[in-house]
Write a protein that binds this ligand. Structure first.
Ligand SMILES: [Fe+2]
Ligand SMILES: [Fe+2]
Length: 478
């Protein structure tokens, strides 16, 4: 009886009533499971028996999956190298401060380890009267940056102890390089200290130098796609159909993996008037459409799927796995689908692929001079900045970030491949031994994308050969 009361109280606490049949079934369950079960319950005032059966099924599937991930178990050739866990924050100002502090600490340690340097704390510099004219080195995060009337660049940088203005004179060797550095970067600056300011002569960013990854090896090929936008009027069904047919052909027999890097569906209400771009305005039906395609993908291909900003899941990065209620039709046809958070680093053999949807690319294009217009070459250039600044979202404040207890967006472990999407323009390149891939889109140009001045590249899918590490961009547009 006490258990019955406890269960009913838990349900009522979340605003649910339960039917007598559902309650009878619940009584057979372990009380410890009820909280986890509540997360899988549909949003209805009264929970009937079939709702509960459905929720139990989802919960067990989720628990099974999480256990296999947690043990680092290899999921038939795919391993989870690094993936956000225990997501959930209050979003208090203290948590944001703590997140930035951790980012600073890590990036500072990268700079120090590489240069074998010991920077001077900014407050020591400012509090000392005898330092005028000294050549010093500081490490700080760029708080603010502007170009002065004489075209010098002035940055305000701070460390844990204080902040100081840093000036890069126009015409100095490092001016061009400094011009490209966006706010929130962590830099090591060497210069002359004069009257409270640091006149810079050299500086460094964390970068990848000296950390070249050892080549890995695996067999087979992996198809990298993103931004399919099922449910949009502009989803190019023919092109995606051709891609799926190709996966079934002899030519693709050694394609053993497929990575879907977010925006599989178009979602609802993603930006103002987005519903006018929809053909299917029910997000569950968008996932049903996706399941139809997924069903036709050969069964021996392992499919990895992370959310983007169009998926019905928390928008703040890192984004958790797409909720079970939406995944249902996908898991029905592909119980072996591997849904993961955004971002996640997966492993195939000993090749590490960092999969990130890429919302930060908007800010990178906006704030780093010289990248526009958005074209395949500049997409590669923009993605290089993720590696140079060692953070997936190096510029803070342009899209929501959740201040989790760990900064999951830091590029601490260097991947062999960085796979991003979001910008709807493909790009393939390399930076210091890391393959850079943007998988473009299967959505034709939308009025919204057009308003951003982006020339989309539709129906191109980069295919990575895991043995040779060569990337072939297959064109399914016609
Ligand atoms: Fe997209
Ligand atoms: Fe996107």
């Amino acid at each position: 009886m006490a258990q019955q009361v406890e269960i009913v109280r838990k349900f009522l606490g979340r605003g649910y009533n339960i039917s007598p049949e559902a309650l009878a079934l619940l009584m057979e369950q372990d009380i410890g499971e009820v909280d986890s079960l509540l997360d899988s319950i549909p949003d209805k005032p009264v929970i009937e028996l079939h709702d509960l059966e459905e929720a139990l099924r989802r919960m067990r599937r989720r628990v099974e999956r999480q256990t296999s991930y947690a043990t680092g178990e290899v999921l038939e050739g795919v391993s989870i190298v690094k993936s956000p866990t225990n997501l959930g924050v209050k979003g208090s100002p203290e948590e944001f401060v703590e997140l930035m502090r951790k980012r600073f600490q890590f990036l500072k340690s990268v700079l120090m380890s590489k240069n074998g340097i010991d920077p001077i704390p900014i407050s020591n510099l400012l509090n000392s009267t005898s330092r005028n004219g000294d050549r010093v080195l500081v490490v700080g995060m760029v708080l603010e940056k502007r170009v002065l009337r004489d075209f010098s660049i002035r940055m305000e940088i701070d460390d844990e102890t204080g902040s100081i203005p840093v000036v890069f004179k126009k015409g100095s060797r490092y001016w061009d390089k400094a011009d490209k550095i966006p706010v929130d970067s962590v830099i090591a600056v060497k210069g002359t200290f004069v009257n409270g300011k640091l006149y810079a002569d050299t500086f460094r960013i964390p970068d990848l130098n000296g950390e070249l990854v050892r080549p890995g090896s695996a067999s087979g090929r992996v198809a990298l796609v993103s931004d399919i936008h099922m449910g949009s009027k502009y989803f190019n069904e023919e092109a995606f159909g051709r891609f799926v047919r190709w996966l079934n052909s002899d030519q693709a027999r050694d394609v053993k993996y497929l990575v879907i890097c977010g925006d599989l569906v178009d979602g609802i209400g993603v930006y103002p008037n987005q519903e006018e771009e929809l053909k299917i305005s029910d997000v569950y039906k968008q996932f049903q459409l996706a399941s139809g395609f997924l069903e036709r993908i050969p069964k021996d291909i392992k499919v990895v799927y992370i959310p983007g900003n169009h998926e019905p899941v928390r928008q703040a990065e890192p984004q958790p796995v797409v909720p079970e209620e939406y995944l249902d039709p996908l898991l029905e046809v592909r119980p072996d689908l591997i849904p993961l958070p955004n971002p996640t680093m997966i492993g195939i053999g000993d090749i590490r692929i960092l999969v990130y949807h890429g919302r930060s690319l908007n800010a990178i294009f906006k704030h780093i001079p010289g990248l526009q217009p958005i074209r395949p070459e500049s997409v590669v250039e923009a993605m290089k900045w993720i590696l140079r600044l060692r953070h997936l979202a190096p510029i803070y404040g342009e899209h929501p970030i959740a201040p989790e207890s760990e900064d999951w967006l830091l590029v601490d472990q260097i991947p062999h491949v960085l796979h991003v999407g979001h910008i709807h323009v493909y790009g393939v390149g390399e930076y210091n031994g890391v393959k850079i891939v943007n998988s473009g889109t299967f959505e034709n140009e939308t009025p919204y994308i057009k308003s951003l001045g982006i020339e989309v590249t539709v129906g191109k899918a980069p295919i990575l050969n895991l043995k040779s590490m060569e990337i072939e961009v297959k064109d399914f547009s016609s």
